[in-house]
Design a protein around this ligand. Structure first.
Ligand SMILES: C[S@@+](CC[C@H](N)C(=O)[O-])C[C@H]1O[C@@H](n2cnc3c(N)ncnc32)[C@H](O)[C@@H]1O
Length: 299
């Protein structure tokens, strides 16, 4: 089952990459990942337009995320940043600019077609401090303590082995290094069956962790200062959220008490958040062949 789910995810995103690689004009407008009222819930509409202006059209068209992690990652020149599930490379290219001069942005992805697209986009953008590496986020092919900041955009929900992902994040981060991730997160009272009813696994819904599960998983891996903060609704009880954490410089990570407090704060914030305007709850995320809400996956 796990292998089959992973193969489904790879096929799904290979199709998405090919749709962009196969030619211009196939990924515009209506593939923007907006809700019924036109508010962005997935994809390029979640970035300030000025930030995307200098990027190649293919990088913007391939954007399948649920937030803007580089905006909250506080990247500094000279740092090494790693994007888990880098797709067409949008966040790697944005990060590469922020860590220059002297820094390096790595993108990690398991899908060959996405890596081809990302490398093409980096070449078009003239960015020379970005590298795209093939691999799985459950076994990151980088040395321990080699990364200052780990980012990711709507990918960890797609993992079938999230505890391995959290352990790998903790391993590759330098002491004091930070995690800044956008992801889909579920209300704590949604059971796994409730989540599966609202959307499929490859479409970033069925595999979403709850606020409490996310915080507990990161704490278990030894990370601290964990915050899971909803930014916008993407479905009934499902949210785009920013997940932040720090690898402690010394001593154990967050205690279970800290993790529970972080989870509770996130849940309270989520419950206070109204559904995205005009969105029929459950519909936005549950549509057929979606790439994290985008229609750009091809046939
Ligand atoms: C929803 S897309 C997001 C892409 C990119 N982060 C963005 O914001 O546009 C998910 C990406 O994660 C990759 N992916 C999914 N599961 C993965 C895994 N276990 N290991 C590595 N890459 C994975 C897919 O190939 C795809 O490129």
């Amino acid at each position: 089952m796990t292998d089959q789910l992973r193969a489904d995810v790879r096929d799904h995103y290979a199709r998405a990459a090919l749709t962009v690689l196969d030619g211009p004009g196939c990924c515009g407008g209506d593939a923007s990942g907006a809700d019924a009222s036109g508010d962005a819930i997935f994809g390029p509409g979640l970035y300030p337009p000025g930030e995307l202006g200098p990027l190649p059209a293919g990088a913007v068209a391939a954007s399948l995320g649920c937030g803007n992690p580089t905006a909250v990652a506080d990247l500094q020149p000279g740092q090494t940043v790693l994007d888990l599930g880098s797709g067409g490379g949008i966040d790697v290219l944005l990060a590469a600019r922020r860590v220059a001069p002297g820094g390096m942005a790595y993108g990690l992805d398991m899908t060959d077609e996405m890596l081809t697209l990302a490398r093409r986009n980096a070449a078009e953008a003239g960015v020379d401090n970005a590298r795209f590496v093939k691999g799985e986020i459950e076994a990151i092919p980088l040395p321990g303590a080699s990364v200052d900041v780990v980012i990711s955009n709507c990918v960890i929900n797609l993992s079938t082995e999230k505890s391995l992902v959290f352990a790998e994040i903790a391993r590759v981060l330098r002491p004091g290094g930070r995690l800044g991730v956008s992801d889909v997160v579920a209300d704590d009272d949604l059971s796994p069956a409730d989540r599966a009813e609202r959307g499929d696994f490859a479409g970033c819904i069925a595999g979403a962790l709850s606020f409490g599960e996310y915080a507990a998983g990161l704490a278990e891996a030894g990370l601290a200062e964990i915050r899971v903060t909803p930014t916008h609704a993407v479905g009934d009880g499902l949210y785009g959220a920013i997940v932040a954490a720090v690898k402690p410089t010394a001593g154990p990570g967050a205690s279970p008490r800290e993790a529970a407090a972080a989870a509770g704060a996130g849940l309270r914030a989520a419950r206070a958040l109204p559904p995205a305007a005009g969105m029929v709850l459950g519909e936005a995320a549950a549509g057929g062949d979606r790439c994290c809400g985008s229609g750009s996956c091809g046939g």
